[in-house]
Design a protein around this ligand. Structure first.
Ligand code: SF4
Ligand code: SF4
Ligand code: SF4
Length: 291
């Protein structure tokens, strides 16, 4: 492919730890990717980054926590034909967004004492709360394999779709012994699948870094966890860690619609489903614990 025909790409970051941008550099096929694109801007990975014009694809890491982040997100959206949110900060808010569930003033005082006047904060929020996002590469850090799959799809002119499955689907394919059955607090049934890191492979419960599984049956999940001795408040605290905003949005939507998963045939984790139990009926609404 002649250089002029290559897709012009930029990789940028707002507030984040740079782990996702570093994961671009850690791609096993990094040189293959670099050969196929015209990388105009990547401040973490190269020295000259003066390109200010329109780009075919912009990959963006980080969460909007300040007015400067917000300004940058809007500017990058204008410059991008395709905008890709990479990593849990950009897709779901991640750890910085825990601030949404705390008292802002108390938190600022702990960190900055009386020196808070200079702060230009906004409520921590994922990128798609402010601008349209075309594609998502989930995970903290972003899943390297998924990034590669997306890159290949775009370069070959194909659409990119992640299978709509929960983490339990992937975990079952690995033949893991379920951690829930061993009394551990795994978020797998309500977490977006297609993860190649697979914490349960290493005996760690999933903590939801890929955000919520859109078809999850939250009421069934929380009821099951209560039966195992984990309160809803406790489980909400776990959920808040990586994707509290997006989880809460989906839970609230299900509460509004009073979704009856069993009768819609969308139960997200059939292997745990005691069908016919009252939890699938319309009455139990999940109460969120905001603070
Ligand atoms: S998603 Fe995780 S690795 Fe990526 S920038 Fe945020 S905190 Fe860092
Ligand atoms: S609950 Fe966790 S350990 Fe059990 S199948 Fe799902 S992802 Fe695997
Ligand atoms: S298993 Fe869960 S917490 Fe672990 S990397 Fe995958 S989605 Fe994230």
């Amino acid at each position: 492919m002649a250089k002029s025909k290559k897709l012009k790409v930029g990789i940028y970051g707002i507030t984040g730890c740079m782990g996702c941008q570093l994961n671009v550099l850690y791609q096993s096929d990094l040189f293959g990717i670099l050969d196929a694109i015209d990388l105009r801007s990547f401040p973490v990975g190269k020295e000259k980054n003066e390109h200010k014009g329109k780009l075919d694809i912009i990959f963006l890491e980080g969460v909007v926590v300040s007015k400067e982040d917000l300004r940058m997100v809007k500017e990058l959206r204008k410059r991008a034909t395709v905008l890709v949110a990479i990593g849990a900060c950009a897709t779901d808010g991640c750890v910085p967004a825990i601030r949404n569930f705390l008292d802002d003033k108390d938190t600022q005082k702990v960190v900055y004492h009386d020196q808070t006047k200079h702060l230009q904060v906004v409520d921590p929020s994922p990128v798609d709360k402010h601008v349209k996002v075309d594609y998502y590469v989930r995970g903290c850090p972003m899943d390297k394999l998924e990034f590669l799959q997306l890159m290949k799809a775009i370069l070959s002119g194909n659409d990119f779709k992640v299978p709509l499955k929960s983490m339990c689907h992937n975990c079952n394919l690995q033949g893991n012994l379920c951690l829930l059955e061993r009394g551990r607090e795994c978020l797998g049934p309500i977490t977006f699948g297609n993860c190649s890191v697979m914490c349960p492979d290493f005996d760690h419960p999933c903590i939801g870094c890929r955000g919520p599984f859109p078809d999850a049956n939250f009421e069934a999940y929380f009821t099951m966890m209560e039966r195992k001795g984990f309160s809803r408040k406790h489980m909400m605290q776990r959920i808040n860690k990586y994707a509290g905003i997006k989880f809460r949005e989906l839970i609230e939507k299900q509460n509004e619609n009073e979704v009856d998963h069993e009768h819609e045939g969308h139960c997200c984790f059939d292997m745990f489903c005691h069908s016919g139990s009252d939890r699938h009926k319309k009455q139990p609404l999940i109460k969120l614990h905001k603070k």
